[in-house]
Design a protein around this ligand. Structure first.
Ligand code: ADP
Ligand code: LRH
Length: 487
């Protein structure tokens, strides 16, 4: 029996989970969970990175107490954000949160130097204002960037604090906009053309490598290796998808919903770029071909808004009430830029409903229903587009992440896509993290299919069939697709 500690930092919470691998079976046990979210500081949005590191240290110590000796630690987190280290290895400034507004308008200035089509052909990356490349351009001229010697993505930064190693794990590096999607090496020429010092970018490592050993002062028993995993949380989540065949789509459903396919090679066509599909690096050389759907963030922010206004904000109660609201009354394009920054989502939804000639939701239950219907509609579009753009048939949709707990959303996803949905596991990223560590440590072996088979043992999966609860028909979903565009 071997125990591994998976550090998984999501945009809404961080957790440290002990994964015990015993006879080809994995069981997960959460030993620490701590809140995460944006911190407003002097007019900008940041992460509380030291608070997160404290949560990681507390979690690792709890994991050590539980397991005795750990066979490894692996770290994954959300993508794109980074900390800057100076030549002494000190952190320069607080890492920015990707929802900070400083990158507004930056993509267009970058495209004036390197056309969007040329960037996509090389990096295969979707355009999101928060891609690391745009953040680094926004930071040009700052004292922090001038003092920086290395830029480390968040999991690499925490890995450096634990071990001293300065590297870039490749799955997360693929979200920077500075990695060549075909060669999986830094596109240093693109960086230099944009005035970004390419020596900021550390050497690349694949998942499953030995990063180093946990510093003695952390206080764990013995010498504990830190393994690289799919350090992009979505990459780890995709490893944990309990798929049996190859013809599956996945929705990694948490703060964001990442909707797409696993492929052998990137799709770098103009049609793919126009649809803003991304080709991010997966574990074992795979490509995560997907679209970012704004996700449960819109619901989280609605709950926060209601809570601050003293209104009821209990999620299970609101979901039960939303289930009683007629389907597809009002639908909005949740991927619109208005929904990216923190703020009053119910008001933004109402404004979007009015803009598109629909009746704004009149109650909290109607607002929640609108969010869930709109998410399911976006999933329908993304699953169908990914399949068409990649030329790959899909027969089942796997949902992993916190959204697995949302039974209404899972049923709506089956209804909207017209496909069976298999929901689970909830802690997908942590499971994928543990599976890749266990293989690196020699406890498991084989390819992704073998890891998935081990991961699926003992999971409680729930299956949802289209139309099982008498939801809208395919024609009604198709009509709703037009309504989000407005008259
Ligand atoms: P992240 O990793 O991005 O922080 P998670 O995968 O933890 O996100 O998912 C968080 C989401 O899971 C929440 O926004 C919430 O919508 C959903 N969720 C959590 N618990 C429940 C629950 N009991 N019922 C329905 N949804 C839930
Ligand atoms: C999900 C995620 C997603 C990125 C976003 C910034 O947690 O990593 O894959 O696009 O955060």
């Amino acid at each position: 029996m071997s125990a591994f500690a998976a550090v998984d930092l999501g945009a809404s919470s961080g957790r440290v989970i002990v994964g015990t691998v015993d006879g080809g079976r994995v069981s997960l046990h959460e030993v620490n969970r701590f809140p995460n979210g944006p911190v407003q500081l002097a007019g900008a949005l940041h992460w509380d990175v030291l608070g997160l590191y404290r949560g990681v240290l507390d979690g690792l110590r709890a994991a050590g107490r539980e397991a005795g000796v750990l066979s490894g630690v692996g770290i994954d987190s959300w993508a794109v954000d980074y900390g800057l280290l100076d030549r002494d290895g000190a952190l320069v400034g607080n890492p920015f949160h990707y929802r900070d507004a400083r990158t507004d308008g930056v993509p267009d200035t970058v495209f004036a130097t390197i056309p969007a089509a040329e960037l996509y052909a090389r990096t295969g990356l979707q355009v999101q204002p928060f891609n690391t490349v745009f953040q680094l351009v926004a930071a040009q001229g700052t004292a922090a960037l001038a003092a920086a010697q290395t830029a480390l993505l968040i999991p690499d930064l925490l890995g450096c604090w634990l071990t001293g190693a300065r590297v870039a794990e490749v799955t997360n590096a693929s979200t920077t906009g500075l990695l060549d999607a075909s060669t999986r090496t830094w596109a240093t020429d693109l960086a230099e053309r944009l005035g970004i010092d390419s020596t900021l970018l550390p050497p690349l490592l694949d998942p499953g490598a030995l990063l180093g050993h946990v510093r003695a002062d952390v206080g764990l028993h013995g010498t504990v290796p830190v393994w690289t995993v799919g350090s992009h949380d979505t990459a780890s989540a995709v490893v944990a998808v309990p798929a049996v065949g190859d013809d599956f789509a996945y929705i990694s459903c948490g703060t964001w919903s990442l909707v797409g396919l696993e492929l052998d090679r990137p799709v770098l066509t103009e049609a793919s770029r126009a649809a803003n599909f991304t080709n991010e690096a997966g574990v074992d050389g795979t490509v995560r071909y997907l679209r970012n759907v704004m996700g449960l963030w819109v619901l989280q922010e609605s709950l926060r808004t209601w809570n601050e206004a003293g209104l009821p904000a209990d999620l299970p109660d609101l979901l039960a009430a939303a289930a009683r609201v007629p389907a597809l009354t009002t639908v909005v394009d949740v991927d619109g830029p208005a929904f990216l920054p923190p703020g009053d989502m119910p008001a933004r939804i109402a404004a979007e409903a009015e803009r598109t000639g629909q009746t704004p939701p009149q109650s909290q239950a109607e607002t929640v229903r609108c969010i869930l219907d709109s998410l399911a509609l976006a999933y329908r579009r993304a699953v169908r587009q990914s399949s068409a753009l990649a030329g790959k048939d899909v027969s089942v949709v796997h949902v992993v992440g916190g959204g697995v707990r949302n039974e209404l959303l899972c049923q709506l996803t089956a209804d909207a896509t017209g496909l069976s949905v298999v929901a689970g596991p909830v802690e997908g990223a942590a499971l994928g993290n543990v599976l890749v560590q266990a293989r690196a440590a020699g406890v498991l072996s084989g390819g992704l299919a073998d890891l998935r088979a081990v991961g699926a043992q003992g999971l409680e999966l729930r299956r949802y069939e289209p139309g099982a609860t008498g939801g809208p028909t395919d024609r009604q979903w198709a009509a709703a697709e037009h309504r989000v565009e407005g008259p």
